[in-house]
Write a protein that binds this ligand. Structure first.
Ligand SMILES: Cc1cc2nc3c(=O)[nH]c(=O)nc-3n(C[C@H](O)[C@H](O)[C@H](O)COP(=O)(O)OP(=O)(O)OC[C@H]3O[C@@H](n4cnc5c(N)ncnc54)[C@H](O)[C@@H]3O)c2cc1C
Length: 387
């Protein structure tokens, strides 16, 4: 009988499996309904930032950045982590005041972060429109990594340590005896273990309902588009020639872009998007609100061709903070879900924390603000720097 069953082989489930196995818990199985990394992980552009508003999220990012910096030494596989920085643009004095406050907290915790003026922003990203931007924050150790490399790196390293990953094995039920988890049901048979981890991403609420829980996770569609190659069309976007172009985020509407080879990757949240599981591409959104935001920030965008688009799901919680820990209602049932838009970047620290929590070891960080029962509390921290 395995010691631990993990539901979901995304970047979170595979990181937990790797960290458990590394600590000597090798009877671990991961059950995945499709294939490794096929959920939100595969759709994510891989952004990694330490610029958050809550101490917990900043600390999760800082620990994860340390891990990403040594990912290949740790797992034997490259993560392609590029620390080109994150530039967060404010479009009002109020927003800038919030950024100042966040930067103060980030610095207090040890993050290197700077406030930039409009001329400094233009120096970093030539061609960007700053007419409505009073300032920005920039953290040079933020950046992005390749999600496919990271999830497969965790998965291969976990397998090497004895973890078994079963793909095309959907969990359809969870068995409980006297509020203790006993096992799971799948189309390929029953699996038993005293510990079950729900790492099912945007589907974690459905998996939670199999154990009688109502986990407040709201799936919300997010898009990523990629432009035609721009590097060889002189004068269109000079800053593409800088290999270290940062990830740029227009904070008020969530429009973001970063370099991908000689193209730009970009996206934006859609405030009118209803909750749901659709991952089809909304091309009208591209040609409407998104085109408007993109052409405003990057005026050369008016005549740029788009090669491809894809959509995936954020797993939003009411406070945009993850849910980590054992549930009080079902003993042995652990949640590692609700990552909103930051599960990829937090996956290394979350894997370690979940492994230590399950094995009863001391925790690296205080994660009480992420406890599954926190939603009953009146006052709790809320992440305001979500994208
Ligand atoms: C467009 C977009 C942009 C994003 N940008 C960023 C970013 O820049 N930085 C960042 O950190 N995060 C970003 N995110 C969020 C990030 O992708 C997620 O937080 C992260 O991938 C979550 O990983 P996960 O392992 O929890 O979930 P997933 O990758 O979704 O993995 C969950 C797995 O569980 C499986 N599963 C579900 N139900 C069952 C079941 N019943 N039985 C078995 N298996 C099941 C699914 O098939 C899936 O493979 C973005 C997301 C999107 C969509």
């Amino acid at each position: 009988m395995p010691d631990v069953i993990i539901i979901g082989a995304g970047v979170v489930g595979t990181s937990i499996a790797y960290h458990l196995a590394k600590r000597g818990c090798r009877e671990v199985i991961v059950l995945e309904k499709d294939y490794i990394g096929s959920g939100s992980t595969e759709k994510c552009p891989g952004g990694i930032r330490q610029q958050f508003s809550t101490e917990t999220n900043i600390a999760l990012s800082m620990e994860s950045v340390k891990f990403f910096e040594h990912f290949e030494e740790e797992t034997g596989h490259p993560a392609d982590f590029r620390q080109h920085g994150y530039l967060m643009l404010a479009t009002s004095e109020d927003e800038l005041a919030t950024f100042r406050w966040n930067a103060h907290l980030q610095r207090k915790l040890g993050v290197e972060v700077y406030l930039l003026s409009p001329p400094e922003i233009q120096e970093l990203v030539p061609g960007i429109n700053t007419e409505d931007v009073p300032g920005a924050t920039f953290c040079p150790t933020d950046g992005y990594a390749d999600p496919y490399s990271v999830v497969s790196g965790f998965a291969y390293a976990a397998k090497k340590l004895g973890v078994k990953i079963h793909e095309e094995t959907e969990v359809t039920g969870i068995e409980l005896i006297h509020n203790n988890v006993k096992g799971v049901l799948t189309a390929k048979g029953r699996f038993e273990a005293p510990v079950i981890v729900n790492a099912a991403g945007a589907h974690a609420r459905i998996v939670g309902s199999m154990a009688g829980l109502d986990i407040p996770i709201h799936p919300s569609r997010r898009h990523v588009f990629i432009t035609e190659p721009l590097l060889n069309s002189p004068g269109r976007f000079e800053s593409l020639k800088r290999r270290n172009l940062p990830m740029v985020v227009d904070f008020h509407n969530g429009f973001w872009f970063r370099r991908e080879g000689s193209c730009l990757l970009f996206g934006m949240r859609n405030p009118d998007e209803p909750e749901g599981f659709s991952t089809s591409v909304d091309w009208q959104f591209l040609s409407g609100a998104l085109a408007e935001a993109a052409c405003h920030r990057l005026p050369f965008f008016t005549d740029v061709g788009i090669m491809r688009g894809q959509a995936g799901l954020h797993a939003d919680t009411p406070d945009y903070m993850a849910i980590l820990g054992e549930t009080p209602e079902a003993y042995g049932f652990y949640l590692a879900c609700g990552f909103s838009g930051h599960g990829f970047m937090h996956s290394p620290a979350v894997g370690r924390l979940m492994a230590d929590l399950i094995l009863g070891q001391d925790l690296l960080l205080d994660i009480s603000s992420l406890a599954p029962d926190r939603f009953q509390r009146q006052l709790r921290p809320t992440e305001s720097a979500f994208i």
